[in-house]
Design a binder for this molecule. Structure first.
Ligand code: PHE
Length: 479
C-alpha cells in the first residue's frame, strides 16, 4: 500500500487492480442479481435487454471513463471535485450542484438498497435453517410475504445492514475492502455460473434464452427505453459520484479506458448471467410470473436450493455472497457524503458516517413500510393536459417512487450533466491530457460520444419520464 494520502483523506488504491476491484464491487450488487431480472421481466425481456446493452456501450462506458477522469483529476469528493474542476476551466462553481444532486441520490438509493440487502441477509438464515428444503411456489411466496410484510422484522434487518455499512465506512475505504472484494468477486461469479448450470437442467433454458435475447421491436416504448437506461446507470453506479469518488483514489498512471472496460464487462456479464440463472426457472415454475417485481429472485431461487443435493449449503453461500455484494455497493453509496462531510465540513469520519447513516436509515423506513403497513397506499401522477391524461406513474408505492426518481431521473440526469461538463465546459487541453493514453481515433470516438450521444440520450429520457415530453406533445401537436 502506498503511504501517500490524497486530499479526501484516504490512501490511494494500492494498484490499478485494486481500483478495478473496488469499482467492480460498487457496480456489481443487488442491481445485477436482484434488479436486472425483475426489471427485464417487467419490461417483457429481449427488447429491454437489447436497449440496456446499447445504453451500456454507448452511454455507460463513455460516462464511466468521464467520471473516473473527473475524480482522478480533482482527487476530491464529488461536490468539491465539480467546484474545483469548474473553476480550473474558468466556469461557474455552481457546477458543484451535480455533486450535491449525486449526494442526494446516494441517500435515496441507499435507503431502499439497505432494506433489500436486509432481505438477503434474512434469507441467509432461512437457508442455514434448512427452510428451503422441498419448498414449492406457495411456500416461497409465503416465506417472502412473511418477511416483507412484517415491518418489525424488515426493520431489524435494515438496521443491521446500515450499522454494518456505517462501521466499515467509518474505518476508511481502502485496505479491508480490497481484500474482501478480491475473494468475493470470483466466488460470486463462479457460483452464478454453477446456478446457471443447475437452472438450465431444472428449468426451461430455451424459453429463457429466447425471452432474453429475441428482440421484439413492437415491445419498444419510451417506458422500456427509460427503464433500460435507468438500469444501465444504476447497475454501473454512474451519475451520482460513486465512481468519481473511487476515481479520486486512483493512481495517476492507470489507464482509464482499460480500467473502465474491465469494470463494465464484469458488471454486464454478472447481470446477464443472473438473468440466465433466473429465467429458466421462471418458465418452469407454473404460477411464477416474469413480471413479479422486486420479489422475483426471492421467490424463484429458494425453490432450486430446495430441490438440489447440498441445497442448504449452496443457498446459504448464494445469499451470503449477495449480501456482501450489496455491502460493497452500499459502501460506495455512502463514501461520497462522508468524504464531503470530513473534508468540507470538518466532521470527524466516524461521526460523519453515523450522522449520514442515521438519516438514510430513517428514509429507509419508507421502503420498509411500502411492503408492509403502507402496502395499500399508492401514489398516482397523471396530469390532465387539454383533454388527454398523461400517466407518468400509476399506483406506485413509496419504494417505487424513490426507485423511479433515482434510477430513471437523478442518475441519468447527473450522468448527462457530467458528460456535458466534460464535453463542453472543461478545457479540451485538460481533457486530452487526462485521456492521453487513448489512441487518437479512440479518443475522438469517446469525445464524440460524450459530447453528443450521452447528454442527448439522457436528456431525451429525462424529458420523457418527467412528462415534459407529454406537455410538449400537446403544445406542438405531436402524437
Ligand atoms: N451499482 C450498484 C448495483 O448494481 C448500485 C449502485 C448505484 C451503487 C449507484 C452505487 C451508486 O447494485
Amino acid at each position: 500500500m502506498q503511504e501517500q494520502n490524497n486530499e479526501a483523506g484516504n490512501a490511494y488504491w494500492s494498484s490499478r487492480l485494486a481500483f478495478i476491484l473496488a469499482a467492480t464491487g460498487s457496480a456489481v450488487g443487488l442491481g445485477n442479481i436482484w434488479k436486472f431480472p425483475y426489471v427485464a421481466g417487467e419490461n417483457g425481456g429481449g427488447a429491454f435487454v437489447a436497449i440496456y446493452l446499447l445504453c451500456i456501450l454507448l452511454i455507460g462506458l463513455p460516462i464511466m471513463m468521464a467520471e473516473i477522469m473527473l475524480g482522478r483529476r480533482s482527487r476530491k469528493n464529488p461536490i468539491a471535485a465539480m467546484q474545483f474542476l469548474a473553476e480550473e476551466s474558468g466556469r461557474s462553481k455552481r457546477w458543484a450542484g451535480i455533486g450535491k444532486m449525486g449526494v442526494c441520490a446516494g441517500f435515496l438509493i441507499l435507503s431502499f438498497y439497505s432494506v433489500i440487502a436486509g432481505w438477503s441477509l434474512a434469507y441467509v438464515f432461512r437457508a442455514i435453517g434448512g427452510m428451503f428444503t422441498n419448498i414449492d411456489l406457495a411456500g416461497a411466496n409465503q416465506m417472502w410475504t412473511d418477511l416483507s410484510s412484517d415491518a418489525e422484522r424488515t426493520l431489524a434487518w435494515h438496521s443491521i445492514f446500515m450499522i454494518t455499512v456505517v462501521i466499515i465506512v467509518s474505518r476508511g475505504v481502502t485496505g479491508g475492502l480490497e481484500k474482501m472484494i478480491k475473494l468475493l468477486m470470483p466466488a460470486l461469479f463462479l457460483l452464478l455460473l454453477v446456478l446457471v448450470g443447475i437452472s438450465f437442467t431444472l428449468g426451461d433454458a430455451d424459453k429463457a434464452i429466447s425471452y432474453l435475447f429475441d428482440v421484439d421491436f413492437s415491445k419498444i416504448s419510451t417506458g422500456v427505453v427509460a427503464d433500460a437506461m435507468g438500469q444501465a446507470f444504476f447497475s454501473l453506479s454512474l451519475g451520482m459520484g460513486a465512481i468519481l469518488m473511487y476515481g479520486a483514489y486512483l493512481p495517476k498512471n492507470a489507464s482509464i479506458a482499460k480500467t473502465s472496460l474491465a469494470i463494465v464487462a464484469a458488471d454486464t456479464s454478472v447481470a446477464v448471467i443472473s438473468g440466465l440463472a433466473i429465467f429458466p426457472l421462471v418458465f418452469a415454475i407454473p404460477g411464477l410470473e416474469a413480471s413479479s417485481g422486486p420479489s422475483l429472485v426471492f421467490k424463484a431461487l429458494p425453490q432450486v436450493f430446495g430441490q438440489i443435493e447440498g441445497g442448504t449449503f449452496v443457498g446459504t453461500l448464494f445469499f451470503t455472497l449477495l449480501f456482501i455484494a450489496a455491502l460493497t455497493s452500499a459502501i460506495s453509496l455512502l463514501e461520497p457524503v462522508v468524504s464531503w462531510l470530513v473534508t468540507q465540513r470538518g466532521y470527524e469520519r466516524t461521526h460523519a458516517a453515523r450522522v449520514s447513516g442515521f438519516i438514510i436509515w430513517v428514509l429507509g423506513l419508507g421502503t420498509v413500510f411500502s411492503f408492509s403497513i403502507w402496502s395499500d397506499a399508492t401514489l398516482t401522477l397523471a396530469p390532465k393536459i387539454g383533454d388527454k391524461i398523461y400517466v407518468i406513474l400509476e399506483n406506485q408505492s413509496f419504494f417505487s417512487m424513490v426507485d423511479f426518481s433515482t434510477s430513471n431521473v437523478m442518475l441519468p440526469l447527473g450522468g448527462a450533466l457530467m458528460a456535458y461538463f466534460v464535453g463542453f465546459m472543461m478545457k479540451p487541453e485538460i481533457v486530452e491530457e487526462e485521456m492521453n493514453d487513448l489512441p487518437t481515433a479512440l479518443f475522438k470516438l469517446w469525445y464524440f460520444l460524450i459530447r453528443n450521444v450521452a447528454p442527448v440520450a439522457a436528456l431525451v429520457i429525462f424529458i420523457h419520464v418527467t412528462g415534459i415530453g407529454a406537455a410538449m406533445s400537446v403544445l406542438f401537436g405531436w402524437s
